[in-house]
Design a protein around this ligand. Sequence first.
Ligand code: CP
Ligand code: NVA
Length: 330
Amino acid sequence: MDLKGRNFLTLKDFTPEEIIYLVDLAAEYKDKKKKGILHDNLRGKNIVLIFEKTSTRTRCSFEVAAHDLGMGTTYLDLSGSQIGKKESIADTARVLGKMYEGIEYRGYEQAIVEELAKYAGVPVWNGLTNEYHPTQMLADMLTIREHFGHLKDIRLTYMGDARYNMGNSLMIVCAKLGMHFTACTTKEYFPEEALVAQCREYAAQSGATITLTEDVDAGTKEADVIYTDVWVSMGEPEEVWEERITKLSPYKVTKSVMDNAGENAVFLHCLPAFHDLKTKIGKEQGEKYGFTELEVTDEVFGSAQSLVFEEAENRMHTIKAVIAATLGAV
Ligand code: CP
Ligand code: NVA
């Protein structure tokens, strides 16, 4: 398997074998890290991390992964760079491509990360766009495989805004890997038809299924993985909160949802999560609409079924695999 020089923009561009290869490689790096075996064979190389939206996990994962591989990192955001205000994405790409071996980008439209990749001349990694969050998918697949021992035929139900980066990306990865994906949400929030059709084509090859349902009982019954995400994503306007809370409240992940799922079901969330009112936004919205928790109850979030912190750790191991494989270090 040779992924040297490849961009990592969406899992639509990767075969099932390539995706599994990256998950396997991440598991190897995780094992090495736990055993204290150094793997810094990218010494002398550097990467740059562009964040037009905020981040804890993705930024830290790229930084720790790069440092473990022996590399240097530079963090750029809008306030401390020329990006957007004085310099186009194409010119930024051409400059950074001359100084760095790879570029991570988190921001708005997928078209921006594609533009960056077109002009950079070095691998570009998507650290989240409105449409996709591909590095999160590798972490989720590693976490599911660690727990169940396999990925094929796993039944994963996503509850929430399934038209956005997380719903789209989970549907793609499940379709590619022969898993059973259900979007369980109000029909206005189903993924776009064109993407559903494309995923059904992947599914025809892999044995996966794609189900879209508004019915919580049917959509979560016997699921192996119940997955949710924030109801309002980064960069969306404040005004959408009211509609999201109204429409998505029936799709909150509660104990009764988990009880309806399979006997060994687990709960995943890409994080950050509004499972209590201990955050500024959670408190504001919770108090405004009379909730003490939003997309998931505190009970489920803190339960033994919740693997969210293992999942968060796996961001780092999987991002390391993406960096190493695309830079040809393996
Ligand atoms: N899951 C995730 O991407 O987290 P951050 O926004 O903290 O990077
Ligand atoms: N849908 C969320 C995912 C965060 C990791 C967002 O875009 O804000």
